[in-house]
Design a protein around this ligand. Structure first.
Ligand code: C2E
Ligand code: MG
Ligand code: MG
Ligand code: MG
Length: 294
C-alpha cells in the first residue's frame, strides 16, 4: 500500500490492480494455448528504398487473432510472453515461420536474391548461447543465405546484455546475419555500444519521423543520426513513414530506406507476394551505404 493514501483510495487501487492481474493471467493462459494450437501468424511489412518505393526486404511481425477477443496487438502480448517465459518459444516459432516463408519465396522466384527478412528478437533470446548454431541450422534447412536475414533488437540488449549476449551477437555477425538496432534513439543510452558490438544498422524510431518536414528539431536530429550512422558504416531505415512530406524530408537528409504505411502495412505472406513481387523482382538491388567522405 502506498504511503499516505487513505483506505478508500487504496481499495480502488487494489480493485484495479486485481483486474489487471486477472487480465494478465487470462492472456497468459490464452497465449500458451495460441502457441500450442498454432493460432499465431506472421505478417510482412515492406522495407523500401525511399527513392523508388521498391522493397529491399520486409519485417516479420507476429500477429495473434484471439478466438473471442479478436486481434491482440504485439505491444500487449509480447511483454506478457517475456514475463511468462514464453518469448523463447514464440520467437523460435516466428523465426522458423519467417525463414520457411523466405525459402519458399526464393525458390518460387517471388523475391530477388538479395531480398531480406528482418526478424525481431527479445533480449532473452539473445542470452541463449545456442542461438547462432540454431539460426545457422535453420538457414541451411530453408535455403536462406545469411545476408538475407536481419535480426532487430532494442538498444537495451547492448546496454544490459551479458557476456553471453555479446558472444551470441558476434557469432551471429560472423555467420553474416545483419544486426539492426530497433526503435533507435528511444533508449536514452550512450552510443558507445555501436562501437563495441557488431551492429550493422539502425532503425530510426517513428517518434523522430512524425515531425519531419514540420518540426526543424526533428529534421536536425535525423540528419545527425544519418551522418553518424553512415560515418560508422551503418545502414539506416526510417520507421513509421506515413506521409509524402516525411518521405521527402528523410530523402533530403540522406536516409536511403524506409518502412511505413505510406508504402504498406504488414500483411499475410500471400498478400505480400501478390502486391509486391513484380517490384521486388524487377527492382534494382539495395544501394551500398555511402562511402565515408573527407
Ligand atoms: P517494431 O519492431 O518497432 O515494429 C514496428 C511497428 O510499427 C509495427 O507494429 C508496425 O506495424 C508499426 N508500423 C509500421 N509502419 C507504421 C506507420 O507508418 N505508422 C504507424 N503508426 N505504425 C507503423 P506492431 O506490428 O504492432 O508491433 C509492435 C511491436 O511489437 C514491434 O515494434 C516489436 O517491438 C514487437 N514485435 C512484433 N513482432 C514481434 C516478434 O515476432 N518478436 C518480438 N520479440 N517482438 C515483436
Ligand atoms: Mg522491429
Ligand atoms: Mg521498429
Ligand atoms: Mg518501433
Amino acid at each position: 500500500r502506498a504511503k499516505g493514501e487513505g483506505p478508500g483510495r487504496s481499495s480502488i487501487f487494489d480493485t484495479s490492480m486485481h483486474d489487471q492481474v486477472r487480465e494478465r493471467i487470462e492472456l497468459e493462459v490464452a497465449l500458451r494455448q495460441a502457441l500450442a494450437e498454432n493460432q499465431l501468424r506472421v505478417h510482412y511489412q515492406p522495407l523500401v528504398r525511399l527513392e523508388t518505393g521498391i522493397p529491399v526486404g520486409a519485417e516479420a511481425l507476429v500477429r495473434w487473432e484471439h478466438p473471442e477477443r479478436g486481434a491482440i496487438p504485439p505491444m500487449t502480448f509480447i511483454p506478457i510472453a517475456e514475463d511468462a517465459g514464453l518469448i523463447g518459444s514464440i520467437g523460435t516459432w516466428v523465426r522458423q515461420e519467417a525463414l520457411r516463408q523466405l525459402g519458399v519465396w526464393r525458390s518460387e522466384g517471388v523475391v530477388r536474391d538479395d531480398f531480406y527478412l528482418s526478424i525481431n528478437v527479445s533480449p532473452r533470446q539473445l542470452n541463449e548461447p545456442e542461438l547462432p548454431l540454431i539460426v545457422s541450422g535453420e538457414m541451411l534447412r530453408y535455403g536462406v543465405p545469411a545476408h538475407c536475414v536481419a535480426l532487430e533488437m532494442t538498444e537495451s540488449v547492448m546496454v544490459d546484455g551479458s557476456s553471453v549476449t555479446a558472444r551470441v551477437l558476434f557469432e551471429l555477425r560472423e555467420l553474416g546475419v545483419k544486426l539492426l538496432i530497433d526503435d533507435f534513439g528511444t533508449g536514452f543510452s550512450a552510443l558507445g555500444y555501436l562501437r563495441r558490438f557488431p551492429v550493422t544498422g539502425v532503425k530510426i524510431d517513428r517518434s523522430f519521423v512524425i515531425g519531419l518536414g514540420v518540426n526543424v528539431e526533428d529534421d536536425e536530429i535525423v540528419r545527425a543520426v544519418v551522418a553518424m550512422s553512415h560515418a560508422l558504416g551503418l545502414s539506416v531505415i526510417a520507421e513509421g513513414v506515413e506521409t509524402p512530406l516525411q518521405r521527402e524530408a528523410l530523402y533530403a537528409v540522406g536516409v536511403v530506406n524506409g518502412q511505413g504505411w505510406l508504402w504498406g502495412k504488414a500483411v499475410p505472406a500471400s498478400e505480400f507476394a501478390e502486391r509486391w513481387h513484380k517490384d521486388v523482382i524487377a527492382g534494382p538491388p539495395e544501394v551500398q551505404v555511402p562511402a565515408i567522405t573527407s
